[in-house]
Design a protein around this ligand. Structure first.
Ligand SMILES: C[S@@+](CC[C@H](N)C(=O)[O-])C[C@H]1O[C@@H](n2cnc3c(N)ncnc32)[C@H](O)[C@@H]1O
Length: 261
C-alpha cells in the first residue's frame, strides 16, 4: 500500500484496492507518504553531516525513490547502510535492487527482536557497533502494537549503540483528526495484514527516552528542518532525531531509578 501511495510499481491488486479505500477517506495520504520520504532524506543527510557513517534502516521496505545509501554517500562515499525488513518479499526485492552496491547489506530481521537483529552476521560484518550508528525507524513503529513493547526494543538498540549514535524516527498520528474519520481509516487497516497503531505526541516522544532530541524536537513531519522540498501539508505524522549522549550503563541506571525505559 505504501509503495502505491508513493506512486511505485511494486504492489499487488489487493494492496491497490485497500489503498484506494484509504485515499477515499484521507485523500492526502499519498502526499503524506512523500513527506515521510522527504524527512528521511533530510534526517539522514543531517546525521551524515554530524559525522555518522553507519546506518541501520529497520523497516526499510523497498529501497527505491531516494534511498538512504544514495543520500548519505553523497556526503560520505564510504558510509555503510544495512537495510532490514521482516517481510520476505521486501527483503528479496531489496536484495535484487542492491546486489553489488558497495557499502550496503540487506537483512531479514524483526524490530521486535533487537538482539537477534544485532547479532545477525551481515549486520556484524557491515557495521562496527563500537562506532556511532544512526538507527532509522521510519513509518514502521506504527505497525508494532503496545503489547509488543516497541519502547523496550528501542531502549535495547539505544543501549547497543555508543554515544554519538542517532535515532531517526517518524510515526503516524491521528492527533487532530475527527474521531469518526480516524475510525473509518483504521477500519481499512484492521482487515489488512498490517494493522496500524497511530500514536499521540506523548506516546511517540517516549521512544526518545535516553536520547537528546535535536532541534526542533518531535514535530509534525514537514516541520523538521524543512528545505525547499518540504511542503506544508498535513502529514498525519510526527518526526524527530535524537542522539545518544550517555553510555548505556548510565541509561540503565536512570531506567532503574525512574522505572521507565
Ligand atoms: C510503510 S513502510 C516504511 C518504509 C520506509 N521505512 C519509509 O519510511 O519509507 C513499513 C515497513 O516496515 C516493515 N515492518 C513492519 N513491522 C516490522 C517489524 N516488526 N520489523 C521489521 N520490519 C517491519 C514492513 O514490512 C514495511 O516494509
Amino acid at each position: 500500500m505504501y509503495d502505491y501511495f508513493l506512486g511505485g510499481s511494486h504492489n499487488f491488486a489487493a494492496d491497490r484496492a485497500a489503498a484506494d479505500r484509504v485515499l477515499e477517506i484521507f485523500p492526502e495520504t499519498g502526499v503524506a507518504a512523500q513527506t515521510n520520504r522527504h524527512f528521511l532524506r533530510r534526517a539522514v543527510r543531517y546525521a551524515a553531516e554530524q559525522g555518522v557513517r553507519q546506518f541501520l534502516d529497520i523497516g526499510a521496505g523497498l529501497p527505491t525513490q531516494g534511498t538512504v545509501h544514495e543520500v548519505v554517500q553523497t556526503v560520505a562515499p564510504e558510509a555503510r547502510v544495512v537495510y532490514v525488513d521482516y517481510d520476505e518479499v521486501a527483503v528479496s526485492y531489496a536484495g535484487q535492487l542492491l546486489a553489488g552496491v558497495p557499502g550496503t547489506a540487506v537483512v531479514q530481521g524483526d524490530l521486535r527482536r533487537p538482539d537477534e537483529l544485532l547479532a545477525h552476521p551481515d549486520v556484524r560484518a557491515t557495521l562496527d557497533l563500537d562506532r556511532p550508528v544512526a538507527v532509522l525507524l521510519l513509518a514502521v513503529l506504527h505497525f508494532v502494537p503496545d503489547d509488543d513493547d516497541p519502547w523496550a526494543a528501542i531502549a535495547r538498540l539505544r543501549d547497543a549503540t555508543v554515544p554519538g549514535s542517532h535515532l531517526v524516527l517518524s510515526h503516524l498520528t491521528l492527533d487532530g483528526i475527527p474521531p469518526e474519520l480516524a475510525e473509518r481509516g483504521q477500519a481499512v487497516y484492521r482487515n489488512s495484514t498490517a494493522p496500524l497503531v497511530p500514536r499521540t505526541h506523548a506516546e511517540t516522544l517516549r521512544f526518545f527516552a535516553g536520547y537528546d532530541l535535536v532541534e526542533p524536537g518531535l514535530v509534525e513531519t514537514t516541520r523538521w528542518r524543512p528545505d525547499d522540498e518540504a511542503k506544508a501539508v498535513d502529514s498525519h505524522g510526527y518526526a524527530g532525531v535524537g542522539v545518544v549522549s550517555r553510555p548505556a550503563a548510565d541509561n540503565r541506571r536512570i531506567t532503574a531509578a525512574c522505572g521507565t525505559a
